[in-house]
Structures are given as C-alpha cells and as structure tokens.
Design a binder for this molecule. Sequence first.
Ligand SMILES: [Mg+2]
Length: 287
Amino acid sequence: MRTSDDPSEQGAGRHSGAAGAGLRAGAFGPNAGLRAVLLDLDGVLYVGDEPLPGAGEAVERLRERVGAVRFVTNTTTRPRSAILGALRRLGFAAGEDELFTPAALAVRHCVSAGHRRVALVVDDALHEDFAGLERVERDVDAVIVGDLGSAFAFEPLNRAFRLVMGGAELIALQKNRYWLTPEGLSLDAGAFVAALEYATGREALVVGKPSPDFFGAVLDTAGVPPAQALMVGDDVESDVGGAQRAGLRGVLVRTGKFREDRLSASGIVPDAIVDSVADVPGLLDRL
Ligand SMILES: [Mg+2]
C-alpha cells in the first residue's frame, strides 16, 4: 500500500506529459500569472515517514518559479510544531510562517465569534495549539473535534454530542473521510464529525480544507488573490474541489490516497492530474 513502493510511481518525472485529461488550456504555463502554490503534505510530499521521490526538489523549483509556497495540511493528530519539525527532518525547507493547520483557523474563528470556553475532542498532542482558549467541560461555547485516531470511542463522541445538544457550536477541524497510513487507508475525523452531525441534527463548521476561509486565510498571508494561486493535493474533494470553489486552480496527484474511482465519483474536474508532485514544476512550462 505504500505509494513509494509502487513501481508505477517510480521515476514519475519520466511521465512529464502525463497530465492527461483535465489539463485546462491556459491554466498553467509561463503566462498564467501564478504567484503562490499551496502544497498538501501527507500523500503529496510524503507518506508516513518517507518523502515521495522528487518532492523536495519540486518544492524548491516551485519556490523559484512561483514565489510564495505554503504548506497546508488537515492533519489534526500532531501539533503544528511537530509537523514543522517532521517536514524539516524529511528535507523540506519550510519556513515558520509557511505552514497552516486547521487548529490555527479554529482558534481564529473562536476568537472572532467570542467563544472563550471550549471543549476539545482532539488528540492530547494537539492541545498546545489551543493554548489561547480556555478548556472547560461545562458552559461550553464550542466543541472542537479533530482526529482522535484509535482513541475515538463512544465516551468522547457522546461527551461532544451532549455539549452540542446543550447549545455549544460544533467545530470540525476537518471532515476528511479517510487518509493513507503505511498500514493502508484509515478512517479520518470526517467519519466521526458526520456521526455527531447525524445525532445532533446540526451541521459542523469545518475550518480546515475544503473551507473557502481556510484557503483565503492562507492566501492572505502571501498577499496573493485566489486567481493567481494553485493548490496541489491527493484528496480530490478537500484539496482540489475545495481549492477550485475558493477560486484557486487545483492539481490532483496520483500519490497518497488518490483513487481513480474516487475521482470519477466526485464529479470534480481538476485543472490538471499528474503522477506526482515532481511533475508540477513541469506544468508551469506548458502552454
Ligand atoms: Mg493529503
């Protein structure tokens, strides 16, 4: 299941013409006016602890060609500091201000909505990212739900359920259906968010991808409008569909959690589909 072990993924650079169906004329090339590239992490730059072939070089080439590079992830099992450390350990030169996670957007929403008292239904490791909010179990303004991994169980879900029924806002760090681990596809936070939505009859506010606010907040930091930005991801819905709805161009990679049937079922037409992130700099040379 490890993408990097799949022979069809090796030497992805050889398939520079592999963009295939869905490459929109004028969307790329030297005159497309691209000034920012947003890169998903898991499944695009690495899978597990293995960087994907050519990913590091691709990031540097994109940085030279386009200017602003932003690393955007829906990961909610590790705090921002750990993700940044892992990126650098794997050889990606990521700046402190270039990495964006859903937790930061959740804090931003709570501050602007006046939510001071929150309950966290997230991995313990993530608590440091919510240091600015008051963690409580009663008189809760908002319940923030992320991926608990194998710790997801009836008790934390039922606690969240009761708080939302009591009037707290339901905030989902993300709503991804699944992600690719070295052991195979695994349930992501979306499955549990959906369970809470079903039981409470409320819709969660999703702050991570594919929320347009997420893409907007990231682009604000680069001072680049969506029309001049490109998102690269392995999740056709959260990465590509979300980016396109926010006005960015969306490129789908055939690594990580990519599945052909998921693409056709989504109804989403990526601006380009490439074998891996190693092929993205080449897109910028295409007319
Ligand atoms: Mg991904």
